[in-house]
Ligand binder design. Structure first.
Ligand SMILES: [Zn+2]
Length: 335
């Protein structure tokens, strides 16, 4: 903690209250008696940690003093060791003033540390083994992040498939949309009133809060109204917040053209299919059958059209056979 103050003197430093809670609880068990009062004492402590404004903070500290008055050593410990020194690092009212983008806990780092230790198993191996193990962990994380980018780009929940989110879907992270949906639910109650809104999501996540959303027209929530980190859906080393950078795809375009000219027919079809996905996002490679298919009533066995055309029919379940007979699938998409 001392080093952080020296190296990052300008930055806010948060503490994960879970570990502070553990220390306070341990002290409580040592000093406070009888045992049945522990829950009341810890509840009173929890009310201080979860406090959302400065006025109620003072009241909750007073209430804590009253509850713990029979054990002044414990009260002194909580006030001197934690509240006086570090309240701004872990009490909600002060944490809500910091842009933390949702990182208020250390469990993400701890989980990764645990995974690494599990894969290393022992300290009795050579440097190459540890290097490989760490590389594996990093590759797994990298793939997990890439997969989350793809989900944000391509998987649209029906909840967000409405006009309000049309400028955001496919351009921002999914978590981001969930936060905005929660704020949207508050719009009716909050309106344009900033004091009622509290604007916490704006100050902590740099996302539009309920009172801002109330001022937006339908479908006009823009990417500019949020922190650029939420719009990062690739590993490209370009800051989305920097609008002075001129982006060009000329270099990539030349490479694609060269690849296209060098590969065989199957490769050409694959490249074209991928580019079609980007060029025509609203279209799919599925198309209606050339002849109208009778969909009502069960097909008689000896008249089944599919039975004559598909040699491997016995390997496929009936439902798939019906779907396949009703749709024509372009071969390049079957890989
Ligand atoms: Zn607000």
């Amino acid at each position: 903690m001392n080093a952080i103050n020296v190296v990052f003197p300008e930055d806010a430093h948060l503490l994960y209250h879970f570990h502070i809670d553990k220390n306070v609880k341990a002290k409580c068990k040592m000093i406070v008696h009888p045992k049945k009062t522990w829950d009341q004492v810890m509840e009173s402590w929890g009310a201080i940690v979860d406090c959302e404004n400065v006025e109620s903070y003072e009241h909750r500290v007073e209430a804590f003093n009253v509850v713990c008055s029979p054990w002044p050593i414990f009260t002194k410990y909580v006030i001197n060791a934690w509240l006086n020194l570090y309240k701004e690092n872990f009490v909600k009212v002060w944490m809500d003033k910091v842009v933390h983008l949702g990182n208020t806990k250390s469990n993400r780092v701890e989980a990764t540390h645990w995974s690494l230790k599990r894969i290393l198993e022992t300290s009795m191996r050579d440097l190459c083994f540890f290097w490989d193990s760490m590389n594996k962990i990093i590759m797994l994380q990298h793939n997990a992040i890439k997969s989350s980018f793809e989900k944000s780009l391509n998987v649209v929940s029906h909840v967000f498939n409405v006009t309000r989110y049309k400028k955001l879907v496919g351009f921002v992270l999914k978590y981001d949309l969930q936060y905005i949906a929660e704020e949207s639910d508050r719009v009716e109650y909050v309106g344009l009133d900033k004091s009622l809104c509290g604007c916490t999501i704006r100050s902590t996540h740099h996302l539009p809060c309920a009172c801002e959303l109330a001022s937006f027209g339908v479908g006009s929530i823009t990417l500019q109204s949020m922190h650029f980190i939420w719009t990062r859906l690739s590993f490209l080393d370009i800051s989305g917040g920097d609008t002075s950078v001129e982006l060009s795809i000329q270099q990539e375009w030349v490479i694609i053209m060269n690849q296209f000219n060098e590969v065989d027919m199957a490769g050409k079809i694959n490249i074209k299919a991928k580019l079609c996905e980007i060029a025509y996002p609203d279209k799919t490679s599925l198309c209606p059958p050339s002849e109208k298919v009778k969909t009502k009533g069960a097909q008689k066995r000896h008249q089944s059209k599919f039975a004559h055309t598909c040699g491997s029919k016995q390997l496929l379940p009936t439902s798939i056979l019906r779907c396949a007979s009703n749709l024509q699938i372009i071969p390049s998409r079957i890989h």
